[in-house]
Design a protein around this ligand. Structure first.
Ligand code: 4AZ
Length: 264
């Protein structure tokens, strides 16, 4: 265990933790060295390129999380994004590349399903499915099935997307951003995060040297592998820090639960 080290880092917490004692444990290798891109270190993109990429907003259309359209009226996001929310307090906005845009489609939410096992992002189970009152006119993403566990092989290239902050403690991006990051071996992620890494429910992605990562405001958004939704941005120690990859919900574990909601 890592004693007092607190690694939780979600949309609700932007806390720099004292990790001095842990820095000695960072040797676990992941993939090759970072070539910083933007999210943190990436490039701008559009919802035309990623039509399933949804903004989760409050009733005033202020974005606070990401989501992925997986059926015309179904959006996958993180459970931690939905804690304290009601169907009336949130909207799903599709087709809007810019946070300050007014275009696209604003969807009302008729049902919020939060994984009933969810308690805290660092305990796993960080998945929610929103049902929209009306269909989104955008092409949904496919998502991994429960048997597709092989997609999480260490070193596999994954794509992350979001409007989150472009540096730890920085500002959000007005334009949607994307980056690619390698999947990190479970053993390496365990070395970083100890028992907060729940292997069955989480997968880590990032470079050993940091530099490219999701950050605050990206939560709930997609981690894509081979173009399919394979993870949900969940938590991490800070953003883009060397030795602390981003942690994503391991969607294959929850695929059948998601399908039950998609078909409900
Ligand atoms: C957040 O607060 C958040 N570096 C998302 C992802 C990560 C950290 C924080 C991973 O939404």
């Amino acid at each position: 265990m890592f004693g007092t080290r607190r690694v939780r880092k979600t949309a609700a917490t932007l806390v720099a933790t004292a990790a001095a004692a842990a820095t000695a444990l960072l040797a676990a290798p992941t993939a090759s060295a970072a070539a910083p891109q933007p999210v943190v270190g990436g490039t701008t993109t559009t919802t035309t390129a990623y039509p399933f990429m949804m903004q989760i907003t409050d009733a005033s259309q202020n974005q606070f999380c990401g989501g992925t359209l997986v059926a015309p009226r179904k959006v996958v996001t993180a459970a931690h994004c939905m804690v304290g929310e009601t169907t009336g307090s949130v909207r799903v906005v599709g087709g809007r590349t810019y946070l300050n845009g007014t275009n696209g489609t604003v969807g009302k939410v008729s049902k919020i399903w939060i994984n009933p096992d969810y308690s805290d992002a660092t305990n796993g189970d960080d998945v929610a499915v929103l049902t929209l009152s009306t269909s989104m006119p955008y092409t949904p993403a496919s998502y991994v099935s429960s048997s597709q566990t092989g997609v999480y092989a260490a070193g596999t290239t994954a794509r992350i997307l979001g409007w989150g902050t472009t540096s730890e403690n920085g500002g959000s991006s007005n334009q949607l951003r994307t980056a690619t990051v390698p999947i990190v071996a479970d053993s390496s992620c365990r070395s970083s995060y100890g028992s907060d890494f729940v292997q069955s429910d989480m997968v880590c992605a990032g470079y050993t040297s940091g530099g490219v990562d999701t950050c605050q405001g990206d939560s709930g958004g997609p981690l894509l592998i081979g173009g399919a939704l394979a993870g949900i941005t969940s938590w991490g120690e800070g953003c883009a820090e060397a030795g602390y990859p981003g942690v994503y919900t391991r969607l294959a574990t929850f695929s059948d639960l998601v399908t039950a909601q998609v078909n409900s």
